[in-house]
Design a protein around this ligand. Sequence first.
Ligand SMILES: [Zn+2]
Length: 465
Amino acid sequence: MRVTFLGAAGAVTGSKYLLQLGARRVLVDCGLFQGVKRLRERNWQPLPFEPRSLDAVLLTHAHIDHSGYLPVLVREGYRGPVYCTEATRRLLALVLPDAARLQEEEAEFANRHGFSKHAPARPLYTEGDARAALELLHPVALPSDIAVCAGVGASYTRAGHLLGAASIRIEALGEGDSESILFSGDLGRTHDPLMRAPDPPPAADRVVIESTYGDRLHSNVDAETELAAPLERTLARGGVVVVPTFAIGRAQLLLHLIARLKARGAIPDAPVYLNSPMAEDATPLYQDYPHEHRLSAIELAAMSRVAHFVNSVEESKTLNTRGGPMIILSASGMATGGRVLHHLEAFAPDGRNLVLFTGFQAAGTRGAAMLGGADTIKVHGQWVPVRAEVMQLRGTSSHADYRELIGWLAGSPRAPQHVFVTHGEPAAADALRQHLRRELDVEVTVPEQGESFSWGRPAAGAPAR
Ligand SMILES: [Zn+2]
């Protein structure tokens, strides 16, 4: 068995692990690199393997940094099965075409304004490429055991991070002993208000574990309590609350919390608008996977009813002429693009309003600038003054902290021989490595981009890197 780390090594994006099991080749996750330019440029580099040589692709979940490179793999010739959970398949049907449209729009914009050094600028992939990738998805139940190809089996267990999110254990069934490796995927929290906790991990010889918050402990403040006071004071003074939110997962959590606060009269009964077509499409999916989240049928109905859905761009613009009090939820979550920009333009200049961020804000984004106290932001080429209150919720993360990551791994029926720490900034990954070594007494490695490790019989024809 040989594993090569082709992404999420020293970074949180681009998850891609090439696994060689004898003559078989399997790719676990097929994510896009995101964030700073140095990382995004990797999306344009050729892959170090021939896509046609893969027997299967297995995806842990629908987030773009785990799935968003799939259209390129398919365009470059991959035609085999892509195994993912049923909920992941349905989310990908929303996410991949949307990612393609965004890239097509950006390329078109760059060409119109002539600021691309490539002439003409082109998208990484098109909506047609995304739709071709969707054709290859093979849905599996959660949890389930599947036959991937001759001599290779996989088990999917709940990871709790997002609807459909799974950890995947892959087993090579050899003549003698079998060999196994477990990929945590992104792990959710033990006590998330929306999602159920991750399943305990199955036993495996090797484990690849994420480390987004490998150096942090989340606060114990419960998300509903944290949300109540800022919403109450903003709405009471007639202000508008603008919530830049990720369309899948965090948007539904916020709708649920707002519905609860309204039901118990903790906040004024002001109108709530969900201005994100993708968030609107994702919300009903929660009804079909009740074993993955904690909401009752009554709570699901309340979550779906609490907001008015904003469909057309015209409706979206009309909202800006409407006064407070009201709450607007809109993508993108870091205010890097999307409809929320129009709302920031309209509402950030008024000191009665509140801009409420709900997740990690990467350096260089408008979200990070506003939280850092910027008194102006540039939106659509114009400087917009920021006089609104700006704050960030701490209790709404969808990733386990280091205590929860260690607790998850400690729940395995037997200790692994070797643990690989990925999907974290270097400081976070190294902190988790030290915690694991100290508390679980196992061999732990933080792999580098492109690094390979092998065990047992040498893989036939494996390229030396
Ligand atoms: Zn994720």
